[in-house]
Design a protein around this ligand. Structure first.
Ligand code: SDX
Length: 447
């Protein structure tokens, strides 16, 4: 891209980016210069902030495949190389050396905590794990077969009715209190949605347990006997929460930013993100993937039949847990999860037929031209369900656990958006293709 010759390009308004020359657009017989910005990893973007004002035209990009909504310093993905880093730290290092609370601190505050900072963060979360006693009554109002994502999304939204003292998005102290309340209470809200479905009493959180241990205790303990959390399960869950913690501008994170851009409170914004994550094309894929693997198992384990079905456009069938908007290489998270699957199942001497089917499916699909040409690989949702099943987590809870992990990323992006000097309410344009002006006909004259 040639450096600008006409005039020095002003520094881009996009936080953290640098000017990188201009692009030239021929439109209506005129040449329009469009500033180019570049990020710290060399990604370039056309800054079209003034496009409509200077040309009258807008851009169209179904599903925002080519459109950036913001600059961000939180997570870096390289879909071609299968790279994922939170605040510059490779996901492989964080999964191996940190725990989820530490990673949540990193994502939200932008740096790894010191020992004192981490202790104080953990203590604060421990002291906020209970929900208001009146909120526990919500659970008796839901039908027993309510999907836990519906319950969790509703209860998170309702937090804004109980914590009206911390809704001001412009008060840093109120935002921080809401952040700690959300991180602390989501595992409680999630576990209660499971207990509701099995008709068991809601177990109170315990301040002597760690983040994952506390969740598993609230999920599986009953008042009539001691419950000891399996440390292997707690360790596997912690890794899963880390690898699900953030993924830049995915559907649910963009939803949190979109809702938050109207200055809606944090609880409302996160509740919207939970709803977006529920979709089977997004976070709901982990549930859909296990259901698909179970279907293949029930159908004799004929993986080739389902790989062939997924290739038929009109079948409406897709390999759930396969493919990705950004990764055109193996999802680094899938690698980490698969390795944990191997280790956990071997350690517990569990033979799960759907893990075998998943591995066979991966092998057949990755050797098939259809998948090779489209660069379709297993994604984060392909193996996660195998681990959840090994822990005894019911399939309807899988996406709830995805939300528990992603909460840290959603919060980090919501805060980054509010700190941006260029923050605007999100309001995309459109190209109208409906009727031109029509005269209103009285009903007696309509045909
Ligand atoms: C997540 O964005 C994120 O970062 C998401 C996420 C995160 O951490 O937040 O990573 C989490 O949502 C992972 C994705 C979970 N979803 C699934 O596993 C559902 C199955 N996968 C797909 O539906 C699909 O791959 C998407 C939704 C993930 C991506 O869809 P895109 O980018 O819009 O791609 P596309 O639908 O246009 O597919 C491109 C081609 C099409 O074929 P052609 O029209 O070119 O012939 O690939 C085909 C698709 O038909 N294709 C698949 C397929 N995924 C894509 N064919 C069969 N099985 C699949 N899974």
């Amino acid at each position: 891209m040639s450096a600008p010759t006409s005039k020095p390009v002003a520094a881009p308004p996009w936080p953290g980016s640098k000017a990188d020359g201009v692009a030239r657009l021929e439109l209506n017989g005129e040449t329009v210069e469009i500033p180019v910005v570049i990020g710290t990893e060399g990604e370039r973007a056309l800054d079209i902030a003034k496009l409509r004002a200077t040309t009258g035209a807008i851009t169209l990009d179904e599903g925002y495949v080519n459109t950036g909504s913001t600059t961000s310093a939180i997570t870096y993905l390289d879909g071609e190389k299968g790279i994922l880093r939170y605040r510059g730290y490779p996901i492989e290092d964080l999964a191996a050396k940190a725990d989820y609370v530490e990673v949540a601190y990193l994502l939200i505050y932008g740096k790894l905590p010191t020992s004192d900072e981490l202790d104080s963060f953990r203590m604060s979360l421990s002291l906020h794990t209970m929900i208001h006693e009146d909120m526990r009554n919500f659970y008796s109002g839901f039908p027993r077969d309510a999907h836990p994502m519906a319950i969790v999304g509703s209860v998170v939204g309702a937090l804004s009715t109980f914590y009206q003292d911390s809704l001001d998005v412009r008060d840093p102290r109120q935002v921080e209190v809401s952040v700690h309340r959300l991180l602390a209470k989501l595992p409680t809200i999630a576990a209660y949605s499971y207990k509701k479905s099995v008709g068991q009493p809601l177990m109170y959180p315990r301040n002597d347990l760690g983040y994952c241990e506390n969740f598993l205790h609230m999920m599986f303990a009953v008042p009539c006997e001691e419950y000891h959390v399996d440390p292997d399960f707690a360790e596997a869950l912690d890794m899963l929460l880390i690898v699900h913690a953030d993924h830049e501008q995915n559907c649910s994170t963009s939803t949190v930013r979109m809702v938050g851009s109207s200055d809606a409170n944090l609880f409302a914004s996160i509740s919207a993100g939970i709803s977006a994550l529920w979709g089977p094309l997004h976070g709901g894929a982990n549930q859909a993937c296990v259901e698909m693997l179970e279907r293949i198992g029930a159908d004799g384990g004929n993986v080739k039949k389902y790989v062939d079905l997924a290739k038929k456009k009109d079948s409406g069938f897709r390999l759930m847990g396969f493919g990705h908007r950004v990764y055109k290489n193996y999802d680094p998270r899938a690698k980490l999860i698969k390795a944990t699957c191997d280790k956990l199942l071997a350690k517990l001497s569990i033979r799960d037929p759907i893990f075998d089917i998943a591995q066979q499916l991966e092998e057949v699909a990755l050797a098939d031209d259809y998948f090779i040409e489209r660069k379709l690989y297993p994604n984060v949702d392909f193996y996660s369900g195998v681990i959840y099943r090994a822990m005894g987590i019911p399939v309807q809870m899988f996406t709830v656990l995805f939300a528990m992990g992603r909460l840290a990323g959603w919060i980090a992006h919501w805060i980054e958006m509010h700190h941006s000097p260029t923050k605007k309410i999100c309001r995309p344009r459109q190209v109208y293709t409906g009727e031109m002006r029509r005269e209103f006909l009285p009903i007696t004259k309509r045909t």
